[in-house]
Design a binder for this molecule. Structure first.
Ligand SMILES: CSC[C@H]1O[C@@H](n2cnc3c(O)ncnc32)[C@H](O)[C@@H]1O
Ligand SMILES: [Zn+2]
Length: 446
């Protein structure tokens, strides 16, 4: 090889193991990922990298598995400030008696800025590089994610009633339109439309949300079939199950992400499959609020794309997507009565490529391949809790927790180095978070 055949690049990551996600089920040994600017320009053996590439930086990860960054497809980031505030309650009691009153008292632009940063710190520490958010002041959340350099789908909220962010559907939709105009086409932030749920949004605003989605191409994300109560109440009051109502309104389609999806019958599954809508599975929130079970394997067998999300830290109570995968894989087996349901590799695909598909970005995110964006994580498998290593995919899902994530890059920019965040001032953030704890827990607010 002569000097002029040597290729110049920016970063070289030498990994002990590599899980590219595509092709599915593959684990490669001693591979190198080459990054040039924001993209992966090669995935080659370390010997080939030695011969062909010269980079300005080399990162040796001799005990690590390298894979695409995780995609947390459903959450309410700033609700991290309400973590542990109201536990052991069913959904409607949790919302009506605790969360909605607290949101009325505390949600403001500063609450969103600080809470979103807290959530991003946790997500980055545990391997997430792209997240989806549905919460108030989405313009503040979008700016917060952009400032840190995280990728995010930011869905503006749509409800029938007033909140800290607006007086009702007209204002939510007007402000939402502004959010879409401001961020559409941005490489980091994808604006989206977030009608809260069938029981909080009536037909008129839902139809306007569908129209806005068709007009702008912005995806819709909605909580749907979260609890048995939701389905029973809708059936009794409206004579229709929520999935059927969404189908007749025209909300189901390839640009729609349905979150939770418990209590599904055969007709619901058929309707979702035929529409091409995506499902976002949130197993830990479903378990903690005793909401119900999502039949993940059955949905996948029906050809539905199933992604995964943590939901907010007030109902989970963490944003560790590796922990969520463990729960998802374990639960899928019981629900399907089949220990082979949702294998470790299927679970990893759910948190990467399936998430990318749901937001329409699988051409550039969700796997490690030449030309894709350099959103990459490394997990250190050297600790006793994760040894010995026969199959790194098994450990990532069944033995790991996000605490073993050591490095991450988003758009080729390092976000986590040896477990330390590069773009968030954690001590300063903790002071602000503690200020919120004092305000929220002050006796006058009890
Ligand atoms: C439309 S802004 C988000 C709105 O949703 C509330 N919320 C948080 N978690 C859940 C959940 O699991 N189901 C339904 N609603 C949820 C949040 O508190 C905001 O008010
Ligand atoms: Zn939610």
């Amino acid at each position: 090889m002569t000097a002029d055949t040597i290729i110049a690049a920016d970063i070289r990551i030498n990994a002990r193991w590599l899980i590219p996600i595509e092709p599915k089920g593959i684990v490669l040994d001693r591979q190198t990922v080459i990054i040039t600017g924001s993209r992966i320009t090669a995935v080659v053996s370390q010997a080939e990298a030695d011969a062909k590439y010269r980079t300005r930086e080399t990162v040796d990860l001799p005990q690590h598995v390298v894979m695409p960054g995780l995609i947390n497809l459903h959450g309410h980031a700033a609700m991290s400030l309400f973590r542990g505030m109201a536990d052991d309650l069913p959904l409607m009691t949790w919302l009506n008696e605790h969360i909605w009153p607290a949101e009325g008292n505390f949600v403001s632009e500063q609450f969103i800025a600080d809470g979103t940063q807290l959530a991003m710190a946790e997500m980055l520490r545990t391997g997430t590089t792209t997240f989806s958010d549905m919460y108030f002041f989405p313009e503040v959340a979008a700016q917060a994610a952009h400032d840190v350099g995280m990728r995010a789908q930011i869905a503006f909220p749509l409800l029938d009633f007033p909140t800290a962010w607006g007086s009702g559907p007209d204002e939510y939709l007007n402000k939402g339109q502004e959010l879409i105009s401001a961020w559409q086409g941005n490489e980091f932030i994808s604006p989206a439309i977030g009608p809260h749920a069938p029981y909080t949004v009536s037909d008129g605003p839902l139809e306007r949300a569908i129209h806005l989605s068709t007009e702008t191409g912005a995806p819709v994300q909605i909580h749907l079939h979260e609890t048995a109560f939701e389905v029973a109440e809708a059936t009794e009051k409206l004579g229709q199950r929520p999935v059927a109502r969404m189908q007749s309104l025209g909300l189901l389609g390839p640009n729609t992400q349905c979150v939770h999806m418990t209590q599904m019958n055969e007709a619901d599954i058929e309707a979702i499959a035929a529409s091409g809508a995506h499902i976002v599975h949130c197993p830990e929130s479903n378990l903690k609020l005793a909401s119900g079970l999502c039949p993940v394997q059955k949905l996948a067998d029906a050809g539905i794309n199933v992604a995964i999300g943590t939901d907010g830290a007030a109902s989970n109570n963490n944003l560790d997507l590796f922990g969520e995968l463990q729960t998802a894989a374990m639960l899928a087996k019981v629900v399907a009565n089949d220990a082979a349901a949702l294998s470790a590799h299927d679970a990893l695909t759910m948190a990467t490529l399936n998430g990318a598909k749901a937001i329409g970005r699988d051409h550039e995110l969700g796997s490690l391949a030449e030309g894709k964006l350099a959103d990459i994580i490394a997990v250190d498998l050297s600790d006793p809790f994760i040894q010995p290593v026969y199959d790194p995919a098994s450990h990532l899902v069944y033995s790991n927790h996000g605490r073993a994530v050591s490095h991450s890059w988003i758009h080729g920019v390092p976000q986590l180095q040896d477990g330390r965040l590069t773009r968030i001032d954690v001590p300063d953030l903790m002071l602000r978070v503690d200020g919120w704890r004092e305000r929220i827990r002050h006796p006058r607010n009890q």
